[in-house]
Write a protein that binds this ligand. Sequence first.
Ligand code: ADP
Length: 572
Amino acid sequence: MPLKRLAILVIAALLIVMVLGLGYATNREVEMIVRQQSNEQQMLLTRQSAAGIEAFLDEKTVLIEVLATEVVDVPPENMTPYFMTVYNKSIGFSSIGFVSSNGVIVTGYPPEDAAIGLDLYATKRNAQFDRARANKETYTTRPVPLVQGGVGSNIGVPIYSGGEFKGVVFAVIEISTLSARFLADTVPKGHGHTYMITSSGRCLYDGTHRGIISEKYIGLFCENNSSYADVLRDQMPGDEGVGYYFDENTGKRMVVTYTPVVWRGRIWSVATTVPESEAEVLVRSVYRKQILFVTIVIAIILAGSGGIVLILSRWNRDLEKEVVRKTNDLGMSNMELASANTRLKELDRLKSEFVSMVSHELKTPLTSMKISMDVLKSLSGSEKDADTENEMFQIIDRSVERQNRLVGDLLDISRIETGNLKLNLEPVDLYEIILESTESMKKIADEQGIPIHIDLDCESIQITGDHDRLVQVFVNLIENALKFTEKGKIHIQARTVDGHPEIRVSDTGIGIPPGELDLIFDKFHQVDSGLTREVGGTGLGLAICKGIIEGHGGRIRAESKVGEGSTFVIVL
Ligand code: ADP
């Protein structure tokens, strides 16, 4: 059983290890998923911002292209109202103007911001202008510092009338307008920031470092060989991706998701950067739930295995008790068997003794009769003598009587044992029975010289009983008393005790050893003494007495002191 308990504990330990292992593996997986999800979410925000900027720039470009078609045939001095209308109806333009074919800004709105009179050739800003004229295509410029401050990009749409180049309708889009609309609120405050750079790594917007607009990040903001520089280099060509860098200012590892903004061949990159610890918060919350779950599972495993061990222990105890009980029962059965065996052996011995005793008892009177008859036959007429003849007849008579008694006793004991002892119950006087019994034994008592005293405390005790059988009992007791008493007296006492007749037959004979007091009432049992052997007997007398007394609803017992005498007590 302890082996079973050990097995359960080992299984429980294995289960716990398994649960812990699974918990750990799940945690790693969940952490990965949470980080991935968090990156994807960050990427979505970045894409959203980039898509917003792209759509905005496209819309503004198309608007200027439409405006250009509208003013194809309008003389420059009349263009201002057109420009004003578009400027006022659409936000995002810092100015809209017209460069005449000779590269001078001739008109614009609002006039103060349009740099009217600026000569592109004179200020060496003519490269895009020339390209537009040659290619007849809309151009965009890289963000440049604006006269009115900030940075902005130019959209330029060449216009031709009747195949003749008339000039370029241009509009300036201030980058801060874009950033305010699409980048400022991408990441909630305190959880990271957004920035936008050009393909050469110049800053167009930075949610935390506004002051570095149009500066290059690498070199100013981070070392050339830093992890941030690597991320910036990855995003500058206009790729989309996720990068990690260590922010030395905050001491935090940052996750950057970047995606390109493509605008008429110009490529910028929008990026959001968030501390990696942001995802950590989510991961930790999942960890906490996982740990709680694992703890509960382990507790259930421990409680379950503990319960099973307890049940097994209880079973074990019950089984042990059962085994002890069965062993005891077996021991008892063995003892009973042993004692039954002893009794059987004893019965076998008694049976042998009985056969030998009965044979002897039957043979003795037969022998006496045979001898007596032989004597009678041998006596010739003259020798016949009346005394001898008489003596022989008496011997024959006694022998017949003795055999008769033996057979009678055997029949009685058989009736008692089979429950067939018939009692002829009638009102009888116990005193008369005692007197009658004593009378019949008087002759023998006189011959032995042993007086019989009768001590009766009143004149009669009336009972219901079988007269002859009760006489048989008392005769037997007096006979035994005379048999086992050599000198002294026999005392018969009768009185009523607690409403019951009690008769005591006492002698001053050899007495009975204490261990034999109950046994002498068993059939064929005789106390093994010289006198018993000498006086003979069958060992049936007291068994018959007991049967008769108990048949009357009474009890018989013996009291004795060896050497001082015996008393047989009958309570009816
Ligand atoms: P039996 O007298 O024929 O042997 P009983 O059944 O009458 O058979 O007695 C059984 C035995 O009890 C006797 O053999 C004897 O050993 C013992 N016993 C009976 N009565 C007395 C007595 N009064 N004193 C001593 N021993 C007795």
